[in-house]
Design a protein around this ligand. Structure first.
Ligand code: BEZ
Ligand code: FE
Length: 288
């Protein structure tokens, strides 16, 4: 070996890469990149990644990017099915028990949904089992919040979002709460449905022997100036996919019985009280 040269091996390469991070780099960058490099190197060593597999991986990531456009976000979908999105959510929202729980946004929210008045039918022309939705938006102490903006969206009874059926907006709306904090509207019962699985992420699910289904739910994105946004869904109790959600988005507090009202001869009914924290309410301290 010639003097002054070094050979990188599987034993010394990780430390050599870490040593190149400059001590005056931004502290958060140092922390994140150190952990990322360590874990990626550990992964490569643990599975003894072959050059062919490395090439396949590069091809896969390139393909993920190619599938993305303004209607499809394959990178977020990969994060979702690997449980990374819900892990980030779980860490970011270790909040006080008095506020409602969050879950994934998903790719089907649309900007500028139809603006609706309380009581307006959110699914005009859609045939299906009627569902009455009535939610209340409260602060963390249980006081009703007036003027909260509520975007809500769900699938058709066949399990398709409007954007999967065409350009028309349907089964979605933007409501604003009155003085009682209530938003109420008739719609139809949505169905369990598969996450988009005709692309590279679908191949990963299939290769792992996993299904693409999500249990039936209604999405809510609640915004009120001075309060933290709440992005969540309410799931239908009894759905067979509650324990097999492809994106791990189910939380027990977000599952409700929509059918109890049917025992009294009334339509299915989704009711929920959302409690949202003030924007400056302390989160459980991050660990750095
Ligand atoms: C959704 O609930 O709309 C969704 C969430 C994550 C991935 C795909 C769909
Ligand atoms: Fe959804």
């Amino acid at each position: 070996m010639a003097d002054g040269h070094i050979t990188y091996t599987s034993e010394n390469l990780t430390e050599a890469v870490l040593d190149r991070i400059r001590p005056d780099a931004d502290p958060r960058i140092q922390k994140v990149m150190t952990a990322l490099i360590r874990h990626v190197h550990e992964f490569v060593k643990e599975v003894e990644l072959t050059p062919e597999e490395w090439e396949q991986g590069v091809g896969f990531i390139t393909e993920l990017g190619r599938w993305c456009d303004d209607k499809r976000q394959e990178v977020i979908l990969l994060s979702d099915i690997l449980g990374v999105s819900m892990l980030v959510d779980a860490i970011a929202h270790r909040t006080h028990a008095s506020v409602s729980e969050t879950t994934v946004l998903g790719p089907f929210h649309r900007e500028n949904p139809p603006v609706m008045k309380n009581g307006e039918n959110m699914s005009p022309g859609v045939e299906g089992e009627p569902l009455e939705v009535e939610i209340r938006i409260l602060d963390a102490d249980g006081n009703p919040l007036e003027g909260a903006q509520v975007d809500t969206w769900h699938t058709s009874p066949e399990g398709f979002y409007d954007s999967q059926l065409g350009d028309e907006h349907n089964m979605r709306g933007r409501f604003v709460t009155g003085p009682d904090g209530v938003v109420a509207f008739p719609t139809v019962v949505p169905a369990a449905y598969p996450v988009p699985h005709d692309g590279p992420v679908g191949r990963v699910l299939a290769a792992m022997g996993r299904g693409p289904m999500r249990p039936a739910h209604v999405h809510f994105w609640i915004k009120k100036p001075g309060y933290r946004d709440l992005i969540t869904h309410i799931f239908k109790d009894g759905d067979p996919y509650l324990h097999d959600d492809a994106v791990f988005g189910v939380k027990a507090s977000l599952v409700t019985d929509w059918e109890a009202s049917k025992a009294e001869g009334k339509p299915a009914r989704l009711t929920y009280e959302f409690r949202i924290p003030k924007a400056d309410a302390p989160l459980n301290a991050a660990k750095d």
